[in-house]
Design a protein around this ligand. Structure first.
Ligand code: XIL
Length: 388
């Protein structure tokens, strides 16, 4: 796959953490609004506390390991969380009709206990769909009509289960290609199976299942990470068409997976965030990380000496751009620790993409984000996020 594109923080016990089980249902925050997500960490220098000062929730994707092994960081540093895999279709319905909500419920309970908002990720994507679904379509045992029904059921079941408790849902993920992004990818698994109306349908169903959730389209290389605006422009035009035809889409998520070998243009990044915002949409940075070449997947020491400068710079530049664009309502990193980052497994020879190292020690990238937030006093006024 080609993509151009804490100090154990907080005194022990500073945050309430739970390692499993479904906590009491949180109030439907979408209706409560108002006072903003308050940090529960006693540490005023945590990313979440600093973000709260400017009403910008700072988030991370979390794995079950993050929740059980490093709850002080998972709970103390972030005010919005995303399941790295917990809510993907193959996770929640590994066998047809047999649901497994263990990881998703664990994430929801952890978020509730730590007063964190949740980004649901993701309902409609060509990856990480169950094998029973893909093989059934391939061998004809699942007909087109049945596939429509299964998708509808999937969306209503999952979105309905967490109704009122998910702030933002990534309804559709990665429907454009890098090579020729002029239209939806005709070779996308869903487009081939059901045609392009599958995307608006998914938004409509998700909206019916949870009218209070903000519904996002999420993709990578849509804020200039590859040095061009081709994919950005294609997605912009398409999203505008969706809006014009009354599809309930409320936001665009830019994944923002950077790689030090490609460079980065913060100004273009900011302009593209603004451009999406000009559609009247919310914008979220959903999966930020900055990978680089490393010595080994275990130790992940950068081999390029410039990486130690490029990474903190690029993290800070992304965050500063987000801070400066009022339409941006959250900034999420795709995992906080190199110890369980997705990067080494997907990009051969690369790693060290996160803000904490393989031993959960904060890196310069962490401090650069902290500094960017500390210095954000003149940031545009944002509406307070919902309470969590
Ligand atoms: C990644 C997870 O982090 C990995 O654990 C998993 O093996 C593959 O998927 N874009 C997305 C995310 O939208 O869902 C992906 O997450 C990373 C790329």
């Amino acid at each position: 796959m080609e993509r151009r594109s804490v100090l154990a923080m907080g005194a022990a016990g500073a945050v309430a953490v739970v390692a499993g089980g479904l906590g009491a249902a949180a109030p439907a925050f979408a209706q409560t609004g108002g006072r903003g997500a308050k940090p529960v960490s006693g540490d005023p220098q945590s990313l979440r506390a600093l973000g709260a000062q400017i009403n910008l929730p700072i988030g991370s994707a979390l794995t079950p390991q993050d929740i059980t092994q490093w709850p002080q960081i998972s709970g103390g540093q972030f005010s919005v969380v995303t399941g790295a895999n917990a809510m993907k279709w193959e996770t929640v319905e590994p066998a047809r009709g047999q649901y497994n909500w263990t990881d998703a419920d664990q994430l929801m309970a952890f978020a509730h206990a730590n007063h964190q908002l949740v980004r649901g990720h993701t309902l409609l994507w060509h990856n990480q769909i169950p094998a029973w679904l893909t093989s059934g379509v391939a061998d004809g045992s699942i007909t087109t009509n049945q596939l429509w029904g299964l998708l509808e059921q999937h969306i209503f079941t999952e979105v309905g289960r967490y109704r009122g408790r998910i702030w933002q849902w990534d309804v559709a993920n990665e429907f454009f290609t890098d090579g020729n992004p002029s239209s939806l990818n005709p070779d996308d698994w869903w487009i081939k199976a059901l045609g392009p109306t599958v995307v608006p349908k998914a938004f409509q169903w998700a909206h019916q299942a949870d009218p209070g959730a903000l519904l996002f389209y999420n993709d990578y290389n849509i804020t200039g990470e590859d040095g061009t605006n081709a994919k950005h422009n294609a997605v912009y035009d398409w999203v505008r068409q969706l809006q014009d035809s009354g599809v309930p889409i409320h936001g665009v998520g830019t994944q923002a997976h950077l790689d030090t070998q490609y460079g980065f243009d913060p100004q273009r990044f900011q302009q593209d965030l603004e451009h999406f915002g000009s559609l009247g949409l919310k914008v979220a940075v959903t999966e930020a990380d900055v990978r680089t070449f490393v010595d080994s997947p275990q130790t992940q020491v950068p081999t390029d000496s410039l990486a130690q400068f490029a990474q903190p710079f690029e993290y800070a530049a992304m965050l500063e751009a987000a801070i400066s664009v009022p339409a941006v309502i959250s900034f999420t990193v795709w995992g906080f620790t190199d110890a369980d980052s997705w990067v080494p497994g997907v990009f051969t020879g690369e790693g060290a993409a996160c803000i904490y190292d393989v031993n959960q020690q904060p890196k310069q990238a962490y401090y650069s984000m902290q500094k960017a937030l500390e210095l954000a006093h003149g940031a545009p006024r944002r509406a307070a996020p919902p309470r969590a």
